[in-house]
Design a protein around this ligand. Structure first.
Ligand code: FES
Length: 154
């Protein structure tokens, strides 16, 4: 599976190992300091559990005001590709109109990360799929807000 399991003494050791394995500095930074990690209360859009073909999962939450994404958070399984993709994606969508966020693709995430090794490319697709599910959820409840009353808050 996608978890990075290296044993090291310090952050610098980890960075060195990850560089040797071909990860970009951006990926390493987001892996060691993930942005927007965690669940969100009072969200406007929530992806639910989205699972990739590898078995790893991601959840995305959105806070939206006047059709602009004010905040985005995520939780994922411990996979360097998923953590860095979720971290980058949630940074990318903040301040964007919902319709603009729909245009973001897995390639955009990969470009922003400086790429991922071949066997982790699908992690960006997982993040993208989770984002699109959260936007779909937002659109459903925007059209009929009363339906939220029947949905369990997470
Ligand atoms: Fe499958 Fe990262 S290895 S989501």
């Amino acid at each position: 599976m996608g978890a990075y399991k290296g044993k090291t003494d310090s952050t610098e050791d980890v960075r060195g190992l990850l560089r040797k394995e071909g990860y970009s500095e951006v990926v390493i930074d987001h892996w060691l300091n993930p942005r927007n990690l965690g669940q969100m209360k009072n969200y406007d859009g929530y992806s639910g559990k989205i699972t990739s073909s590898c078995g790893d999962s991601m959840w995305v939450w959105l806070k939206v005001k006047d059709n602009v994404i004010q905040n985005a958070t995520y939780v994922s399984d411990i996979c360097i590709g998923a953590v860095s993709s979720g971290s980058m994606l949630t940074e990318m969508v903040k301040g964007k109109r919902v319709t603009e966020a729909l245009w973001i693709s897995p390639d955009d995430i990969l470009r922003a990360l400086g790429g991922l090794p071949e066997n982790f490319v699908h992690c960006a697709t997982l993040a993208d799929t989770a984002l699109k599910a959260a936007i779909r959820d937002y659109n459903i409840y925007k059209a009929a807000p009363w339906k939220r009353l029947y949905q369990q808050k997470h």
